[in-house]
Ligand binder design. Structure first.
Ligand code: NOJ
Length: 913
């Protein structure tokens, strides 16, 4: 059980009512309450603005304390503003999060425009975006086309605790100066802030409390999303009467759902959406963070104060967001959209896009804690073939090692890891093994000995290596924040170093919050020390990010830069998408956990992490057959698709629940493999164009208010709407089909509906309600192999769903599926399919790419073709034409072409007359 510990209790106005046994952590500090209840006392000294090249800097003064802060506003390419606030002369440097921003950001010149006295107006680009800075009290308005879309510090919640000299030192100093100084009440209270107790732990803050906070008012916005990771709804809730959203990476076994307590990872980034505009706020801070959200719904009409006759005035809705972090600086990026797609691009410009996954990793993964031994692996692997179920990756959990010493193999259970990998390789399958950040304290374990010798562990505040308990018993923790440690850790993945590893072995980073059994809240003490003398509190939320970064680099290096790695991580931060995949940790085999997986994954997806998934079946407990089937059906349509179960659960390989259930699971997994070309193309779009793979409806339908709160269904790319069944014994599901000008086709029955309605879809246990949007083309595979590797040359099909206007478009991406040649040698195919006026055209979408493929399109299905054609002909680029056999079903308005042989990478046309 994780308990909640020292947070910015001074910085929050409400109690944090999680099952926290520590009453003192649930009491807000009277000091900050007092402070924040007043109007802002900060004043900007705009006269101090130095007209810089690409940023405006000015002081902000706290009136009573006269303590100067330094603010810096800059414009960043792509309609982004950055606001940084730090102490002007801190006692020592405050932590600024490194390594998250992709590269040196290109700044744009801000021109200062004339404003009223006491204000400064900075315009970026063509001048349609402005930052309007008011001096007293200090406030920033973000103005777009003369409309104020966001105000900063308009509620006066700017808060910045200064680093101080420790009271003891101060007392001695003062004593020398004035022996009669009064050290009673005030100092007493202050002392409580310098030292916090949590169970047996005492957290000493060397330079005192150092929290920061700032408010943002979003005008006209009621719908906010983001700030993972919580087992919560996709749309962020009003926290006025509840806990704030907490961002603090923790190992929470069997987490409670609908809880605002942070779990394994954090992305301090939220999106706000209203009709006509999407915005993003990226709060670059890696310390414990709280986010309060207060939505004031629109008051349609109110009486104005002035005038003889009471006039009516419309007051729009507003959402106030209050960010508070335990330490660091204020470094916030304002992403101005205006569309959801623009905001995705702006965010990935800052933090990077989703890594292009190797194709195998989009197949199905089979995991369990633990597959016992090589025999077990062999039997499970064979089970998939026997039951004709495709799968790509076998996983080994911690028990595969010698006493939880990562990079080793248990000699009894896995005497010959290479032989085991050869078996998997012969089936074109892969192996993923676990590698956690804790290292067993054992001088005979070379990883430990070498790390110890080089001083590569996190240190405790007394200066020794930090030691805590985790799976191996007493352990030390690699300090991944140190680039030297990362380099060394990466080198451990070299084939010559990692004995028994081969090129089909990929990695799973777990427990990297980091999890420290018996630690405060089951993690590391905040005053543990990292490279550069930084306290753990400063960077807690980015620890896991760094491990995945080092692992990914290690796998790339072992292949001499040639192969794309697959690395799954449990803990993550903003930018983790660059390094691989994320999953939602220790969920439970309950319907409610299946259901919450959808909003949880949508939230990760809109915050840049497209490659995400939840343990299929639920990690803890034993799912009944129906739940397991429903989970496979849902998981098949989620980006990372892995079955996993904890120790002591009953075995649950797909064939253990009777023939009928085996068939249903087989069908679900086969559907996944059928859609692989579409998945892969979507990942390419996430990789190069920043568009999430799994999309909430509001992203695809930003102008349809009804979509803003939908989270029991979602879009996969722009073409498929998926509504997983998440209720037991369901006989019908209500599916909302958005868009008044849209038409939707049931992907099984081909029945169609006009959009902007909710339809009741009858379901049996074999149904996965999936709908294709009219106007789209979805590429599929028509033959399924034992794994993705067996499908390289198998033929394609195209599912063309016509719009109300009788047209459709779609894209297709292909490369070798495993190397970086797509990037360095432009060895890829990017094609475009379009259907209009009865002609389906395959043309090139990106002339830079070349990748020869012998694969053919053998099937084309056209949905929504109103009348039977008289002929269908295929035309190749050289002008030759061939008649094509077809069948037309008038009842479903579908046309099927099944005997084609058109190269997927060639220009051609199919004419339907
Ligand atoms: C915790 C992880 O969340 C889980 O997936 C894994 O099986 C166990 N650690 C054991 O490694």
């Amino acid at each position: 059980m994780v308990q909640k510990s020292n947070t910015m209790k001074r910085n929050t106005l409400k109690s944090y009512s999680h099952s926290c046994p520590l009453s003192h952590h649930c009491t807000p500090s009277p000091r900050q309450k007092q402070l924040l209840s007043k109007k802002s006392t900060y004043r900007a000294l705009l006269d101090s603005v130095t007209p810089g090249e690409d940023s405006a800097r000015f002081q902000i003064i706290n009136e009573p304390a006269k303590v100067p802060l330094l603010a810096e506003v800059c414009g960043i390419e792509g309609n982004i503003f950055r606001l940084k606030i730090n102490e002007e002369i801190p006692l020592k440097p405050r932590y600024e999060v490194p390594d998250v921003l992709t590269s040196k950001l290109t700044t744009v010149r801000l021109t200062s425009c004339p404003g009223d006295t006491g204000s400064l107006v900075l315009a970026s680009g063509k001048g349609d975006l402005k930052c309007h800075i008011t001096a007293n009290p200090f406030k920033v308005d973000l103005v777009s086309e003369e409309e104020v879309v966001m105000s900063i510090n308009s509620l006066g919640q700017l808060y910045f605790e200064q680093l101080q000299i420790p009271p003891k030192q101060r007392a001695t100093k003062k004593n020398e100066e004035d022996a009669s100084i009064d050290t009673t009440q005030e100092n007493q209270e202050e002392l409580g802030l310098w030292e916090e107790k949590f169970e047996n732990f005492v957290d000493v803050k060397v330079n005192g409390p150092a929290s920061i906070g700032l408010d943002f008012s979003l005008h006209g916005f009621e719908h906010l999303y983001g700030i993972p990771q919580h087992a919560e709804s996709h749309q962020l809730k009003n926290t006025s009467d509840s806990d704030a959203y907490r961002l603090y990476n923790l190992d929470v076994y069997g987490y409670k759902i609908h809880d605002k307590m942070g779990i394994y990872g954090s992305v301090p980034y939220l999106l706000a959406h209203k009709l006509g505009r999407t915005l993003g706020i990226f709060w670059l801070n890696a310390s414990e963070t709280l986010v309060e959200i207060k939505t004031e719904p629109a008051v349609k009409y109110t009486l104005t104060q002035t005038g003889p006759v009471a006039a009516k005035q419309k007051v729009g809705s507003r959402t106030d967001v209050h960010w508070m972090s335990e330490s660091g600086i204020i470094d916030v990026f304002l992403l101005t959209g205006p569309t959801p797609s623009d905001v995705f691009k702006q965010y990935s410009y800052l933090t990077g896009t989703q890594a292009m996954p190797p194709l195998f990793s989009l197949g199905y993964h089979q995991c369990r804690w633990n597959y016992e031994d090589e025999q077990d692996v062999k039997a499970v692997d064979a089970g998939f073939d026997e039951h004709d179920i495709p799968y790509d990756v076998m996983w080994l959990d911690i028990e595969h090692t010698e006493g939880k010493r990562y990079f080793t193999w248990d000699k009894k259970r896995f005497p010959n890891p290479k032989r085991m990998q050869d078996l998997l390789r012969s089936k074109k399958r892969k192996l993923v093994v676990i590698s956690d950040p804790h290292v067993k304290v054992d001088p005979n374990y070379s990883v430990y000995a070498k790390a110890k010798e080089q001083g590569f562990f996190v240190r405790n505040h007394e200066g020794g290596d930090f030691e805590g308990v985790c799976w191996p018993g007493l352990s030390s923790y690699l300090d991944f924040t140190n680039p030297k440690v990362r380099k060394w850790y990466s080198s451990l993945f070299a084939f010559s170093v990692y004995q028994g590893s081969t090129d089909i072995l990929h990695i799973w980073n777990d427990m990297n919050e980091p999890s420290v059994f018996k630690g405060p809240e089951q993690t590391m003490q905040k005053n543990a020390i990292h490279h550069g003398n930084w306290e753990h509190r400063e960077l807690h939320n980015i620890y896991g990010f760094y491990q995945q970064m080092a692992t990914t680099e290690g796998l790339i290096q072992r292949s001499k830069g040639k192969e794309r790695p697959f690395v799954l991580t449990r803990s993550f931060f903003a930018g983790s998408q660059k390094y691989g995949a994320v999953w939602t940790g220790d969920n439970t085999a309950e319907w409610s956990h299946l259901k919450i997986s959808i909003p949880m994954l949508l939230t990760l997806s809109v915050t840049g992490i497209s490659f995400c998934g939840a343990d299929v079946g639920g990690f803890i407990g034993d799912p009944e057959a129906e739940l397991l089937v429903r989970w496979y059906q849902a998981g098949a349509y989620q980006p990372f698709f892995r079955g996993h179960a904890t120790m002591n659960t009953k075995r649950r390989e797909p064939w253990l629940f009777g023939e009928e259930h085996t068939r249903l699971i087989r069908e679900a997994i086969r559907e996944r493999y059928t859609l692989l070309p579409y998945w892969y193309s979507l990942f390419y779009s996430a990789h190069v164009a920043s568009q999430p793979v799994m999309r909430p409806l509001w992203v695809e339908f930003p102008n349809e208010l009804e979509t803003f709160s939908v989270e029991d269904e979602y879009m996969l790319g722009g073409a498929l709407l998926v509504h997983p069944v998440t209720e037991p014994k369901a006989t019908v599901v209500d599916v909302f089909l958005p868009g008044s000008s849209e038409i939707w086709y049931d992907s099984k029955t081909f029945a169609h509906w006009k959009g902007a309605c909710t339809v009741k879809i009858p379901v049996t246990l074999d149904a996965i309600p999936v709908f294709q949007r009219g106007g789209s083309v979805v590429p599929i595979k028509t033959t399924i192999g034992r794994s993705t590797g067996f499908m390289t040359n198998s033929p394609y099909g195209l599912r063309v769903a016509l719009s109300t206007k009788g047209s459709a478009m779609g894209e297709f991406y292909l490369d070798d599926g495993h190397s970086f040649q797509y990037l360095h040698q432009k060895q890829f195919l990017h094609r475009k399919f379009s259907f209009s006026s009865g002609v389906l055209t395959n043309s090139c979408a990106d002339e830079r790419g070349h990748y020869p493929s012998k694969c053919v399109v053998e099937q084309i299905l056209v949905l929504g073709l109103k009348k039977q054609p008289s002929s269908v002909t295929a035309h190749s680029a050289d002008g030759s034409a061939q008649p094509v056999a077809f069948t037309y079903h008038a009842t479903t308005s579908t046309l099927k072409l099944e005997t084609l042989s058109l190269n997927i990478g060639a220009d051609w046309k199919v004419r339907v007359q």
